[in-house]
Design a protein around this ligand. Sequence first.
Ligand code: 2AM
Length: 558
Amino acid sequence: VQRQGGGKSAAIEPAAATDTQTRLTVLYGSQTGNAKRIAEDLGRRATAAGLAVRIVRADAYVTRELKQERLLYVVISTQGDAEPPDDARAFVEFLSSSRAPKLDELHYAVLGLGDSSYPQFCAIGRQVDERLAALGGARLFSAGEADVDLESVSQPWLEHALQQAREQLKTATPLAKVTPLRTARNTPTWHREQPFAAPLLLNQRITGRDSDRDVRHLELSLEGSGLRYAPGDALGVWPTQAAALVEAILATTKLNGDAPVQAGGEERSLRLWLAERRELTQLTRPFFAAHAERSGDAALRALLEPVSRDALSERFSHWQVIDLLRRHPADWTPESLVAALRPLAPRLYSIASSQSVVGDEVHLTLSHVDYALDGEARWGAASRYLAHRAEGETVPVFIEANERFHLPADERDIIMIGPGTGVAPFRAFVQERAERGASGRNWLLFGNPHFHSDFLYQTEWQQALKNSQLHRIDLAFSRDQAEKIYVQHRLREQGRDLYEWLDSGAHLYVCGDATRMAKDVHKTLIDIVAEHSARTAEDAETWLNQLIQQGRYARDVY
Ligand code: 2AM
C-alpha cells in the first residue's frame, strides 16, 4: 500500500455540472476501509466497461451537486449502535435535513455494510436508501445488506450495479474525457485475499506478572514483501482457530473431520474449513436460525421471535457456536455446516510502529483475552492465535490503510488519547514524528489499571519525554486508588489547555474501546469545549462535529 497524503486524497476533483448527466457517481462512507474497497472495485470495473465514473468519499462530496446527479451508488457501513462512519456523518445528516433537495432526476442504489451480531444491522444503509427514495430518487434495485462476510452479498450487488449502470448510461452522450481514477495506486502483491506469511520475530508480554491483563508486544518481519504502511494504518491478520475447538466441534456434531467439502468453488477437508475459513468464536443470527431449524427445537426457534429479543441477546453475549451445538443437538452434514457458519474474516490491529524507524518490521500491541465463562474457556480467535504463536512461526498478514487516522503536517500539534492497547498507533505516531523532526507538539493521554504492572511502553515514553519527542503525558491508572480515574478525568483537569490546543489547530486522536471509553471521552470533550469557549453544549457538539468532518478529530475505536 502506498503512503497516502492528507485526508483529502480519496476525493476526485468535483465534476462540472454537465458531467453528472452522463456519469456514474460512487459515493462511499467507510470506517475500516471495506466500503472504500468495494467502491473502488466498482469504479475500476465501470471504467473498464467504458463508463464515466467518479468515486467520492462522503466527506469530500459537494452536496449541492446532489440535485444534478443522474446515477448515484452509495456504499456505506454502519458502526456499532447504528452510527454512520465518521467520514459520512455530515452526508447522512445533510440527507435527513430539510436542506436536502428534491431528487426527481436521480436513479440510485445502496449497498449497506454491517455486522449482523448487532441488533441494528445495516441501519445507516437502510436509512440512506429510504431517504433517497423519499426525496424523489428512483431506486434501481433494492439495497444490499452485506454482513462481515462481505463478498457473498457485495459481489452480486456489484455485478448488478454494473449492469444497471450500463443500461442507464448507454443512451447518454459519451464523454470526450473520462474522469481519471486517482485511486489506481500501485496494487501491492500481498493483500487481503493473498496475505504475506510474516515471520514472528518477537512475542513478549509487556504487562507485569501481577497484572490480570496479558498484553503483548509483537514484532513481525515484512522483509521481502514490499509492503509499506503509514502510522495509523492497520495490520490485517488471518487467524487459525484453536485445534481443540475444531476437534470439540467435530466431536459434538459427530462429523468426520477428513470429509471433503466443496464450498465457493474450493474443496478442502471439513477440519480445514473449520480451522482456517470459518468463524467459530462468534455466534451469528443466521447460524442460530439455521441451527434452530435443524434441531427442530421449538424453544430455540421461539427465541428468534421479536418478543424474545432480550433473551436472544443474552444467549449471544454468552454463547459461542460450540455452546449452541452442545446444548441443542441437531443433525448437521459437513456441507451444510460449512455453508451455515460465517466465513472467517481477518482481524485488524492498529500498527504500533513507524516504518521509517523499524524498516522491514511491523509491531503490534495485542491484548490476549482468555477467560472462563460458566467453567468453559473463552477467547478471541485472533488474539489467542497470535498470543500462542512462537517466534519463528509465520502469520498471514496484509496492510489495511486507514487514511482518516494519519498524521497531520509536521508543524501541527497532536493530542493522542489511547488507554489500554489503544496506545498502539501513538507509539507509531511518536516514532514517526521523532524521526521526521516534526516541530508540532505531541501530547499523550494513557490509562490502564495499575501504574506498576500496566504502564505499556513506559521506558519508551520516558525516553521520548527526555528527548523532547513527547511534550506532555497524562496518566490515568484506574485502580491505583479507591475511586476510578480514567483518561477523561485527566482531560477534564486539563480542559483549558486542551481547548487551547484544539483552538489553535491541534489534531485530536482517540484509539481504543468504542463501547464505553470513546463515548465518555466524547461527552467530556463537549463539556470541555462548552466550558472553555463559553459555548452552549449544543454549539460545542457542533464545533466538535466540524473537527471530525475536517479530519481534525479522528477515532480508531473497536
Ligand atoms: P478499569 O478496567 O479499571 O475500569 C484500559 O482498559 C483502561 O481503560 C483501564 O484502566 C480501564 O479501567 C479503563 N476504562 C474502563 N472503562 C472506561 C471508560 N468508560 N472510559 C475510560 N476508561 C475506561
